[in-house]
Ligand binder design. Structure first.
Ligand code: G3H
Ligand code: 13P
Ligand code: ZN
Length: 333
């Protein structure tokens, strides 16, 4: 058993309280390789933004849980080396789907876990979330829960349609589970295809898809029920068209990929939404960079040459999110 405090990590409690008060959101970036982690830490350290390093079950299987934990510990030291004296870094389990997985992460030094029982019937979601909260809180590890179901694939939890969070359930859910933050469904979804072309309109000038707005009325109703309670948005990649075009023009195939417009995320970040999850945009940046380098230099076979450019692309992306979308720059000491 190792406690996150021994690793120099922090939990989300104070971070979220400050973000709600300050009208900004903390970036929650997924990582499963060294280049992503380097880019996240560099972007956060250079902008002095608190940050959540997110690990999915799939990432844990891909990268090995022991290695990931030491990578997160290394991230704290790297941040210090970059001149960030007191790094505010959270190591968070994304979409935990069982008590055992959450417990294992708590025992392994994670400072925050998500129990995603949103696909279960309401009472079962409450029972499982409560069990995780009771365990995690013994070690001061904070817990994110989810109510409502996002369209698309949530790790192994899949749903074809989105079921918005019911505002009338949130007080009962938060009170009975004791969770520290709540992920809600207001129309975001995972991946690079957040809306079908039929759900969008087309910009007559560019021909690009324009997605429908998020359900801010649902968010407002949730905030009215739970004033000041930390709200989380999953599936919040914007799917930047520059990366999509680059990939498509260099032999890739991502037809009609579309994400959440940044102005909507800015609006959410100014509210009680204090954690915004971004994974797909980083995958797109990485892939665009690799395609670019390999198409310009077909003879290149040193992975550092294309992974290094991928790292630069991701660093730029993370900084852009922090400074221009979430507003978390300068919010850490
Ligand atoms: O919410 C899903 C995250 O983007 C993680 O995805 O399960 O492919 O690692 P993954
Ligand atoms: P995106 O697929 O929109 O990046 O969402 C990531 C996410 O919600 C991770 O939990
Ligand atoms: Zn998610």
């Amino acid at each position: 058993m190792v406690n996150f405090k021994e690793l120099g990590l922090v939990n989300t409690r104070e971070m979220f309280a400050k973000a709600i008060k300050g009208g900004y959101a903390i970036p929650a970036f997924n990582f499963n390789n060294m280049e992503q982690l380097q880019a996240i830490v560099k972007a956060s350290a250079e902008t002095k933004s608190p940050v959540i390093l997110q690990v999915s079950k799939g990432a844990r299987n891909y990268a090995n849980q022991t290695l990931l934990r030491y990578m997160a510990q290394g991230a704290v030291e790297y941040a210090k080396e970059l001149g960030w004296e007191k790094p505010e870094i959270v190591l968070h389990l994304d979409h935990g789907d069982s008590f055992e997985l959450c417990k294992s992460c708590v025992d392994f030094g994670f400072s925050s876990v998500m129990i995603d029982a949103s696909s279960l019937p309401y009472e079962e979601n409450i029972a499982l979330t409560k069990k995780v909260v009771e365990y995690a809180h013994q070690y001061d590890v904070t817990v994110e829960a989810e109510l409502g179901v996002l369209a698309g694939v949530e790790d192994e939890v899949s749903s074809a349609v989105s079921h918005y969070t019911k505002p009338e359930e949130v007080v009962d859910f938060a009170t009975r589970t004791g969770c520290d933050s709540l992920a809600i469904s207001i129309g975001t979804s995972h991946g690079a295809y957040k809306f079908t072309p039929e759900q969008c309109t087309r910009d007559p000038k560019t021909g690009k898809l324009v997605p429908p707005p998020l359900a801010f009325d649902v968010l407002d109703a949730v905030m009215e029920q739970l004033p000041g309670f930390p709200i989380v948005l999953h599936g919040s990649s914007s799917v930047p068209q520059e990366y999509v075009d680059m990939i498509n023009n260099l032999g890739g195939k991502l037809p009609d990929a579309v994400g959440i417009p940044e102005e909507q995320l800015r609006k959410a970040a100014a509210s009680a939404v204090c954690k915004i999850n971004i994974d797909s945009d980083s995958r797109l940046a990485f892939t665009a960079a690799v395609r670019k380098v390999l198409s310009e230099k077909p003879g290149e076979f040193d992975p550092r040459k294309y992974c290094g450019v991928a790292r630069d692309f991701m660093e730029d992306l993370y900084k852009h999110k922090i400074v221009n979308v979430l507003g978390s720059d300068g919010k850490a000491e």
